[in-house]
Design a protein around this ligand. Structure first.
Ligand SMILES: Cc1cc2nc3c(=O)[nH]c(=O)nc-3n(C[C@H](O)[C@H](O)[C@H](O)COP(=O)(O)OP(=O)(O)OC[C@H]3O[C@@H](n4cnc5c(N)ncnc54)[C@H](O)[C@@H]3O)c2cc1C
Length: 296
C-alpha cells in the first residue's frame, strides 16, 4: 500500500485532508512508533498537523485553561497554571514515556489514541474537562468522560480533528493527584493508575473525584469511592474505605503486564496514595510532581 503524506499549515487544510480520508499525525509517538513496531500498519493517507501554530498554545479560558491539541506533555509539566491548579494533570504528563516522548507527544494524540492505560485521561475526567472536535461541517464539544468508547476507540468521527481541551475553573480549596504503579521509572505504561481530586470546606471534604486507570476497558470514575470521602475529614478510615471502593469498581483485565489479582490488590494501594496526596495538596502542603515518584 502506498502511503501519501501531506503537511497542513492551517486547521482548514487539515480538516479538508481528513474529509478526503487522511489520518492526522501530531507527534507520531503512537502512530509512527506503533507502525514501526508492527502493531498496526500506517494508514494509506496521512496529514501531519505539527506545523499548525494555532494548535500550539496553552491559554487562560473562563477562569480555567484551554490546551490546544498540539500542547506537549513537556509543556503541560512546565505550565505554572497546570502545576498549581490542575496538579494531577502535571503528575500524569510528567511520567509519560521518556524525555523524548514528552517533548514530542501531544495531549491531542494521547486522548485520540484512547489507550485504557493512557495517563492524562483520569485527571481530565476528574477535572470535568471537555474537548472540541472540528470537521469541515462544524464543531462540537464532548466531555472527556464521554470521549472513550472502548480500548483504542473514541466517539469522534474519522473526519473530526481534536482542536482543544478545556478545563473549567477549579475550586480554590482543592487538591489533586495522579499516581500510577510502576515497575521502573521510565518508559512505562500504567499497569494500575488512580486520580483523586478533593475540595475542602474547612476541615471537611465537600466534594471528591476518584478515577481508576488501566483497571477497566475505559478509564472511569468510581462514585462509591467518592461517596466514601464526602462529608468526612479525610481521616485514615475514610481514605481506606474510599480506596477499597475504588478497587471494587475495577474490572481488571489480565495481560502480559500484570495478572488480574495483582492489579486488583494494587488498585487499592495506588488509590489510597492518590487520595492522600490530593488531601495533602488541598491542605496546602507541597508534594513534588510527579506524585508517583514521591514516597511518603
Ligand atoms: C516509548 C513510548 C512510551 C510511551 N509511554 C507512554 C506513557 O507512559 N503514558 C502514555 O499515556 N502514553 C505513552 N506513550 C504513548 C504516546 O507517546 C502518547 O499517547 C502521546 O501523547 C501521543 O501523542 P502524539 O502526538 O505522538 O500522537 P500521534 O502518534 O501523532 O497520534 C496518536 C493517535 O491520535 C490521532 N491524533 C493525533 N492528534 C489528533 C488530533 N488533534 N485530532 C484527532 N486525532 C488525532 C492519530 O491519528 C493517532 O491515531 C508512549 C509512547 C512511546 C513510543
Amino acid at each position: 500500500v502506498t502511503t501519501t503524506f501531506a503537511t497542513a499549515a492551517t486547521v482548514d487544510e487539515a480538516l479538508a485532508a481528513l474529509a478526503a480520508g487522511a489520518r492526522p499525525v501530531a507527534g507520531g509517538t503512537d502512530l509512527v512508533v506503533g507502525a514501526r513496531q508492527g502493531k498496526a500498519p500506517l494508514p494509506e493517507s496521512i496529514v501531519a498537523i505539527h506545523r499548525i501554530d494555532a494548535l500550539r498554545p496553552i491559554e487562560e479560558h473562563r477562569g480555567g485553561i484551554r490546551l490546544r491539541a498540539l500542547v506537549t506533555h513537556a509543556e503541560i509539566v512546565a505550565s505554572t497554571a497546570v502545576r498549581e491548579r490542575f496538579t494531577a494533570l502535571a503528575d500524569a504528563s510528567a511520567i509519560v514515556g521518556s524525555h523524548a516522548t514528552r517533548a514530542q507527544g501531544t495531549i491531542g494524540g494521547n486522548l485520540m489514541n484512547a489507550s485504557p492505560a493512557m495517563e492524562t485521561g483520569g485527571p481530565l475526567i476528574c477535572f470535568d474537562a471537555s474537548v472540541t472536535l472540528q470537521s469541515v461541517s462544524g464543531s462540537r464539544t464532548v466531555a472527556v468522560a464521554e470521549l472513550f468508547r472502548g480500548p483504542g476507540a473514541t466517539v469522534a468521527g474519522a473526519d473530526e480533528l481534536l482542536v482543544a481541551v478545556e478545563l473549567p475553573e477549579p475550586s480554590p480549596d482543592s487538591g489533586s493527584a495522579y499516581v500510577r504503579l510502576e515497575y521502573r521509572r521510565q518508559m512505562e505504561i500504567a499497569v494500575v493508575g488512580a486520580t483523586a481530586v478533593v475540595v475542602l470546606d474547612g476541615d471537611a471534604i465537600a466534594d471528591a473525584r476518584v478515577a481508576i486507570t488501566a483497571l477497566a476497558p475505559t478509564i472511569r470514575r468510581v462514585p462509591r469511592a467518592e461517596g466514601a470521602l464526602v462529608g468526612t475529614s479525610g481521616d485514615a478510615t475514610a481514605v481506606a474505605a474510599a480506596a477499597a471502593a475504588a478497587a471494587g469498581g475495577s474490572a481488571p483485565i489480565s495481560d502480559v503486564r500484570a495478572s488480574e489479582r495483582y492489579r486488583a490488590a494494587m488498585a487499592e494501594v495506588i488509590s489510597r496514595r492518590a487520595i492522600e496526596v490530593a488531601l495533602e495538596r488541598a491542605r496546602g502542603r507541597a508534594v513534588p510532581i510527579p506524585a508517583s515518584g514521591s514516597r511518603p
